[in-house]
Design a protein around this ligand. Structure first.
Ligand code: C2E
Ligand code: CA
Ligand code: CA
Ligand code: CA
Length: 280
């Protein structure tokens, strides 16, 4: 069902954006985007659920196509994966966001700010991804301890031996791992123990349903409780209302992210917020 949903989304994304440009055109345009200034990274604050204190930011890719306007990150990632350009695209996002992080933390030496970057399954499974990551850390001066890579549970289903080795090599660099969109795929709580994960991000669909569906609240609570037993931290995604913030705090989420706190913003806008005495 997950796979079908993803494919449907992509078709809708393509249809929604003007008259039907074929997807192979989008694919060709990915390469052009990498060579021009059509790409950007937006940053969304991640805060402590209890008091809203800024703890980190998630880097979210933005592609503004010259003719078609904004392209959804999912469509862009899928196109890049199809043409084998995901390493370039993902590498660009990682490098740019590490550079931005260095700028913020250089301006604010006392700022403890984590940077979360999404990594697609295909990107993670590329030859020597940990080596590529290490080179970006070295060349940008990014502190590995402040970096979190977000992976989705889908990757854990395949080639589990190789995945475990790759994730372990990433962790050996000092970089932490978050399991993104938790609860949406063929997830299993046993993943939390089998794989070297540090953070669980509870998908926004659960957060959205918590107010109306008691089962969603119970699921989030069970995930949070087990995660804490395993010494993992729990982030709630898509927190849009004060009720939801109170709800996710109540069931034990440590961190929260969502429009209630801040929308994804340009690097310069985040820098401006950091100038304010109370941060975000
Ligand atoms: P994600 O990793 O789950 O990122 C969170 C998405 O939820 C973002 O959508 C964000 O803008 C949105 N969001 C944040 N707060 C709220 C809220 O309160 N309510 C609602 N309704 N939405 C909220 P965005 O930026 O469109 O990204 C969509 C997905 O694209 C991401 O989902 C991630 O899976 C993927 N993505 C984005 N950038 C990258 C990237 O650089 N690499 C990879 N591999 N995937 C990326
Ligand atoms: Ca994410
Ligand atoms: Ca997510
Ligand atoms: Ca999501």
């Amino acid at each position: 069902a997950k796979r079908l949903g993803g494919a449907t989304h992509q078709v809708l994304d393509l249809r929604a954006s003007r008259v039907g440009l074929a997807s192979d055109q989008l694919e060709a345009d990915v390469r052009a985007a990498l060579d021009t200034d059509q790409l950007a990274v937006a940053y969304q604050p991640i805060v402590r659920a209890a008091d809203g204190q800024l703890k980190g930011v998630e880097a979210l890719m933005r592609w503004t196509h010259p003719d078609r306007g904004p392209i959804s990150p999912h469509a862009a990632i899928a196109a890049a994966e199809r043409i084998g350009a995901i390493d370039s695209l993902g590498g660009w996002v990682l490098t740019r966001s590490c550079e931005d992080w260095l700028g913020w933390t250089t301006a604010h030496p006392d700022l403890a700010l984590d940077l979360s970057v999404n990594v697609s399954g295909r990107q993670l499974m590329a030859r020597d991804y940990p080596g590529t990551l290490e080179r970006v850390l070295d060349s940008t001066g990014m502190d590995p301890q402040a970096l979190v890579l977000e992976v989705t549970e889908g990757i854990l289903l395949e080639e589990s031996g190789r995945i475990v080795r790759t994730l372990a090599a990433i962790r050996d660099l000092g970089v932490r791992l978050a399991l993104d969109d938790f609860g949406t795929g063929f997830c299993s709580l046993t993943y939390l123990r089998r794989f070297p994960i540090d953070i669980v991000k509870i998908d926004q669909s659960f957060v959205a349903e918590m107010g109306t569906d008691p089962a969603s609240g119970a699921i989030v609570e069970a995930i949070a409780r087990l995660a804490h037993v395993l010494n993992l931290s729990v982030t709630a995604e898509g927190v849009e209302t004060e009720e939801q913030r109170a709800g996710v705090l109540d069931v034990g989420c440590d961190l929260a992210q969502g429009y209630l706190f801040a929308r994804p913003m340009a690097a310069a806008d985040l820098a401006a917020r950091l100038e304010r005495p109370d941060g975000v």
